[in-house]
Design a protein around this ligand. Structure first.
Ligand SMILES: *Cc1c(COP(=O)(O)O)cnc(C)c1O
Length: 311
């Protein structure tokens, strides 16, 4: 599942011990800094792996409809591999995001009024113009790409007792959990979501993928459903997860502020949930080191300033 050419665009990120969180937890706590990826999130791992395989299949054009970290990563990886990328966006997407994707050399297709319209257009490009679609989470190449985080963690810290991961569509969780438990079956895998619109949590509780209303949250990169015809990440998450934690908005804000004040890190809400869960006392105390995956840094800078100022 892992393409040989999957290095290149993505970084092997550092794993650093947090002194303040280690004091709180009473065991060593290490942070896996995906904030340092060139596009500011781990999504570059999946994009790099998926696009390397698509390139091997001699397909030269990829398309996605995500305007967030996934779309950004696909545009970046495409440029690194010399593949043409198109990103479909609705007229609602703010200009700064459109400009950021265009600046990476991707074709920007503005269409319709919402994300669903953008997805319909992406499917049309697949049918009519020979583009390959790059899904954001429910895809073997994507899951394998995220799994490289699990491999790197256990290479650096073979006695890791638990790994804490943000949980949305479950590509990150499935990849890290599968890789980590293959090497170290006893490692505990903990997924953290926001209370407001936790689609995977609701689906796990229902025993099948269910629809959940998307709500505004500080953890915006964790918004969205898991798809009712989910092929991989629902079953993998169900089978590999040891604990799920849900957080309110106050806790997520506290995580962002802690990261800034104590770790000197600017991180987005989705990336703060692991630290926030630990500060809330919601992570079961293990016998050994805890690893928290800090998934991304792409926070709106005004939002960040407001949170830091208010604290
Ligand atoms: C996409 C994303 C997640 C969640 O990943 P899933 O594979 O959808 O669960 C977490 N944090 C950040 C910063 C992301 O961009």
């Amino acid at each position: 599942m892992l393409a040989s050419a999957s290095k290149g665009a993505r970084l092997v990120t550092p794993l650093v011990q947090s002194m303040s969180l280690s004091r709180v937890a009473g065991v060593p706590v290490h942070l896996k800094l995906e904030t340092l990826q060139p596009t500011g999130s781990f999504k570059l791992r999946s994009a790099t792996n998926a696009l390397a395989q698509i390139a091997e299949e001699k397909c030269k054009r990829v398309v996605t409809a995500s305007t967030g970290n996934h779309g950004h990563a696909v545009a970046h990886a495409a440029r690194a591999l010399g593949i043409e990328a198109a990103v479909c966006m609705s007229s609602l997407v703010p200009k700064n995001k459109v400009d950021a994707v265009a600046a990476l050399g991707a074709r920007v297709v503005i269409t319709g009024r919402n994300q669903n319209d953008a997805q319909v257009e992406a499917q049309r490009l697949v049918r009519e113009e020979g583009y390959a679609f790059v899904p954001p989470f429910d895809d073997e190449r994507v899951i394998a790409g995220q799994g490289t985080i699990g491999l790197e963690i256990l290479e650096a810290l073979p006695d890791a007792a638990s790994i804490v991961v943000a949980l949305s569509g479950g590509g990150l969780f499935s990849g890290v959990a599968f890789a980590a438990k293959s090497i170290r079956p006893q490692v505990k895998m903990i997924g953290v979501s926001m209370e407001r619109g936790a689609a995977m949590h609701a689906s796990l509780a229902a025993g099948k993928p269910v629809f959940v209303d998307e709500l505004e949250t500080l953890a915006d990169s964790l918004g969205g459903g898991i798809s009712l015809d989910n092929q991989h990440t629902f079953a993998m998450t169900r089978d590999l997860i040891d604990d799920v934690v849900l957080l309110d908005e106050m806790s997520i804000a506290r995580g962002i502020v802690h990261a800034y004040r104590e770790e000197k890190l600017v991180i987005e809400g989705a990336a703060a949930v692991g630290m926030a869960a630990l500060l809330d006392g919601a992570i079961p105390a293990p016998r050994g080191p805890i690893v928290i995956v800090v998934s991304g840094s792409n926070i709106d800078i005004e939002t960040h300033r407001r949170l830091i100022g208010a604290a």
